[in-house]
Design a binder for this molecule. Sequence first.
Ligand code: IDP
Ligand code: MG
Length: 149
Amino acid sequence: MEQTFVMVKPDGVARGIIGEVITRLEGKGLKMVGARFERLPEKRVMEQYREHIEKPFFPSLHHYITSGPCLLMVWEGRSAVSVVRTLIGKTNPAEAAPGTIRGDLAMDIGRNVVHASDSPESARREISIHFSEDEICTYKRTDEPVLYE
Ligand code: IDP
Ligand code: MG
């Protein structure tokens, strides 16, 4: 099984749609195996978004992502990385398909509610930035035997 890093950003927290995000991932059949609610410390913001540090939007991204608490999570399932990327939709909510989290629940690229890892390599890197191994929990969902062939 694959794991991916998912985060409800401060706008999603402030708008009270944490539950909606979790419900969609749980309903799909993904399993939450780690979670923490916190304001991101400076060091981990820079590690998380290192590929964007030189981009023109980075100062506003930095300001926004540290403006309030985030819900950081690790989700597990078959092809979890690509499955979650499909569920969250395109980066710009104006272009994200209906039925996706960003397509249904957001308006602005700078306020797009959720983050999710874009590849298995990013997922491993991002999970290790935010979580230690002992924070990842192992358990069975009772529907696992019927979720997968
Ligand atoms: P992703 O979140 O879909 O993986 P990335 O390109 O990795 O998108 O960008 C990371 C985050 O940076 C986006 O989710 C968004 O919050 C912000 N961002 C990306 N591009 C822009 C932009 O052009 N203007 C403002 N914010 C942006
Ligand atoms: Mg990204």
